[in-house]
Design a protein around this ligand. Structure first.
Ligand code: ATP
Ligand code: MG
Length: 490
């Protein structure tokens, strides 16, 4: 959001630490924590506008729009942004871990099974990005994080192209050694350029070396055929080489897509039972792998109970999700991936029906339609990752009184102990959601039980615990305040 003094706004909500997480072409990324919750860590990307050209400034603003439309377990999440005349601050939940770059350096040559597991997840993320009409254009080991659970997250959409809003681009962007031939030659960019970059990353992971001669790099990239030279490649499976050849095909029109790469035979190697490429070669690995994770009774019950939804409630739950530990969310992530059969990062009505039909509870088509209607807050006819988390996370288990109060404070921007209409608009804007007048009206209609035009803490509480008795008295607020003021970090 645009403000008079973005630095002051950021410092109001975040403790920006004197710890540099990373530095790139235009800005620096610092560690920060929330003022209300020291355990909630963030990465704050600071871009000094004064030093940037007009087109770069627009590109930075574009990064926020792109981050905001992506919603996937393997893509960095966007929290909020602040902008004034001098700076843009992009705030993202911290990804604890290291860049794929350091991870690869540490590993030397990456074992083929390990490489497959990581590349599969990166491709899931990239497929989602592409399905949203976005091309990353700067995929390289510095722009993929490996978190503390060893899982990848794609970051840095600073050079991305949103083909839906921006159309065609032929400019030369990206980092030369990961740059696709068509970008070097000045042709229009398509999502295929990201697959080329991932092909180079995969080649480097497995061999520890670059596939082309760096001395004449541009000509090498555009003209020299890919070869697997040296003893390293004797150890690598035929399927892997086949996929690499398909990812590093010079003609972007002929290159494999993320969607097809995900179902390439090499991807079966990611099964943890497949210790060796020999098993893959001998066809010992079955087509369908992994333990199936079905929708259990509890999760279906959460989906059925998920009523009284509104964009505000969902934003509140997103704040809660950002406060939780990864291990708390992981079972739901695995379930989401399992249900997302076509691997686009969305659950379609058909996929939902399929998951329900395989579960222990049978629901009729009306009940299924009801679930979709309730969960699909963004009204795009399918369930995205945040919507899924919001609908399935156990509020009872994770939403403590202290966390509820912190989420309330997220909305009660001016500390009046009430969430006003303006507060809703502003808080949602900071989280990247521009609400229409009708949407704000709708949220107030649902949550402002006392109909005084604002949401009290008791009403806010009721939003998350609708089955508990509603008491409009301020006791709840006092109770929550006392929880916070007596907590050790206060
Ligand atoms: N959410 C995050 N959590 C942890 N570390 C991060 C996060 N985002 C970025 N970093 C670190 O900061 C580095 C720089 O971030 P990023 O790649 O987004 O910016 P950049 O390279 O400066 O971008 P640009 O090229 O657009 O200026 C990353 O390589 C990574 O090490
Ligand atoms: Mg970067």
């Amino acid at each position: 959001m645009r403000t008079k003094n973005a630095t002051a706004e950021v410092r109001k909500y975040y403790d920006v630490k004197d710890f540099l997480l990373g530095e790139g072409a235009f800005g620096k990324v610092f560690l920060a924590s929330s003022k209300t919750d020291e355990n909630a860590k963030y990465a704050i990307k600071i871009l000094p506008l004064a030093m940037l050209s007009k087109s770069t400034k627009t590109q930075m603003e574009q990064e926020i729009c792109v981050l905001n439309k992506l919603d996937h377990p393997y893509v960095a999440r966007y929290a909020q942004s602040f902008q004034d005349e001098k700076y843009i601050y992009i705030i993202m939940p911290l990804i604890p871990g290291q860049e794929l770059f350091n991870w690869m350096e540490e590993q030397g040559k990456v074992d083929e099974v390990e490489a497959c597991k990581i590349m599969y997840k990166i491709l899931l993320g990239v497929n989602h990005v592409h399905k949203q009409g976005v091309i990353h254009r700067d995929l390289k080991p510095e722009n993929i994080m490996i978190d503390d659970q060893g899982e990848p997250k794609i970051i840095d959409f600073g050079l991305s192209l949103d083909t839906v809003t921006e159309g065609i681009d032929t400019r030369r962007v990206g980092s030369l050694i990961f740059m696709a031939p068509e970008i070097i030659e000045g042709f229009a960019h398509t999502s295929a350029c990201d697959i080329w970059s991932l092909g180079i990353i995969l080649f480097m992971m497995l061999s520890g070396s670059y596939p082309f001669n760096l001395n004449n790099i541009e000509k090498e990239i555009t003209d020299t055929p890919l070869l697997f030279l040296g003893p390293t490649w004797d150890e690598v499976s035929h399927d892997c080489k086949d996929l690499l050849l398909k990812m590093l095909t010079k003609d972007p029109g002929e290159r494999i897509s993320a969607q097809d790469a995900l179902s390439h035979p090499w991807m079966r190697l990611r099964s943890s039972d497949a210790e060796s490429p020999e098993k893959l070669r001998s066809g010992a690995i079955p087509e369908e792998i992994g333990t199936p994770h079905n929708l259990d009774k509890n999760t279906i019950q959460h989906l059925l109970d998920y009523r009284g939804m509104s964009l505000v409630r969902m934003a509140g739950i997103n704040v809660l999700v950002s406060m939780l530990q990864k291990k708390d969310i992981d079972p739901l992530r695995v379930l989401f991936e399992e249900m997302d059969k076509d691997k686009t990062g969305f659950i379609t009505p058909e996929e939902l029906a399929q998951a329900i039909s395989q579960s222990e509870i049978q629901l009729d088509s009306e009940q299924q339609a009801e679930i979709l209607k309730n969960v699909d807050v963004h009204r795009n006819g399918k369930i995205n990752y945040s919507e899924f988390l919001a609908a399935t996370i156990s509020i009872q288990e994770f939403l403590t009184e202290e966390k509820l109060w912190m989420i309330f404070r997220h909305f009660d921007i001016d500390d009046t102990d009430f969430i006003s209409r303006d507060n809703i608009v502003e808080a949602m804007r900071r989280m990247g959601k521009r609400l229409t007048e009708e949407e704000v009206d709708e949220s107030l209609k649902v949550h402002d039980i006392c109909q005084d035009g604002k949401i009290s803490f008791a009403e806010f509480r009721h939003m998350f615990f609708p089955n508990e008795d509603f008491s409009p008295s301020p006791t709840a607020l006092r109770k929550a305040q006392s929880v916070v003021s007596s907590s050790p970090e206060k």
